[in-house]
Design a protein around this ligand. Sequence first.
Ligand code: ADP
Length: 387
Amino acid sequence: MAELTLNDVTKIYDDAEGTETAVEEVSVTVEDGEFLVLVGPSGCGKSTTLRMIAGLETVTDGTIEIGDREVQHLAPSERDVAMVFQSYALYKRMTARQNMGYGLKHSTDMSGDERDRRVREGAELLGIEELLDDKPEAMSGGQKQRVALGRAIVRDPDVFLLDEPLSNLDAKLRSHMRTEIQRIQSELGVTAVYVTHDQTEAMTMADRIAIMNDGVIQQVDPPEVAYDHPNNEFVGAFLGSPSMNVFDAVAREDANGYAIDVDGATLGRIPHEAVEDDLAGKPVRFGVRPEDLHLDEAPDDATDTCRFAATVTVTEYQGNDNFVYLDVGDRSLTARVPPGVYPDSGDEVTVSVAAKDVFLFERETTTAIKTRGVSGERTGTQPITRG
Ligand code: ADP
């Protein structure tokens, strides 16, 4: 087990079609025993980053350290990492036992007894003892993925790398395996980097989440901190489902602070002290999460709660809550409301938004100006202690 550090790691692909910077100056330290999830849209450079750590891809610039060793020039087998792929990559003609022991047999001088012991222990941890004599063709997707995990575990690696390992599983099994992978990682105490494009997977599994876009890491924080305090609009909109509602807006100064106007309708209000800079007249991006739009609540006198009229277009029943699609002028907003709130299409409703729930981003740079809270400090959710 060891700490993993990437220093300004860059990958430029240079092929017939020209050059492409797939990963740009990525710097991050994954602590010993930490579960880091690298998340971002398809093509943002996640797999390339993981493959550079594994040694399956060369590094154009920068260094990768595992413990106190610089590894970017080492062959994959010399790095003490184990990787699990979406495709399982099992040998079809071998049993689970042979698949799990294969790497140990061919890349270590471990005795047969020791190999058997490791495979048995790994199988026990994964709950697949009864599958050890089966071949992949006789297994379900979930069982194959467990064998693939087992093959990585038996090597007792310093760093565990997982590239979208659950994408081929159905929704129910995926959610079960998420918990399983977390349990196994924490029992082994192994440093892990997990790649996914699925923000739910990232939010539920990670100790810390690294959000990537266009080859660049946007933020590395515990999920609840990134959710409440995104560094920029990209992170704010990427995390959360349904996504944050975001619009071009102007901050208009009034007696109580700033009114946030979207095409003439005021959709948010904040007190002066919620932001450091003078925003009077400034073009901004206004964001509000669906769960922070409240419908038809008894009005209170708080001057920093904004109320506005909206028309319901559709309400979608979700079981544990409902999604309500609303029109305000030409803008559409999505609200996530409790199961008892079920307005009809065409209903006129009053929507309220508390000042603490208003997000503001710079119009040009999209950098966050205000995140959750009103004191101008990061007063929202505290990191949850896991494990
Ligand atoms: P992700 O895993 O986030 O979906 P990738 O790391 O696979 O993204 O890809 C990042 C970018 O690098 C993409 O634009 C992709 O087209 C490009 N890329 C990946 N592999 C190669 C390659 N072998 N040659 C050229 N470009 C590549």
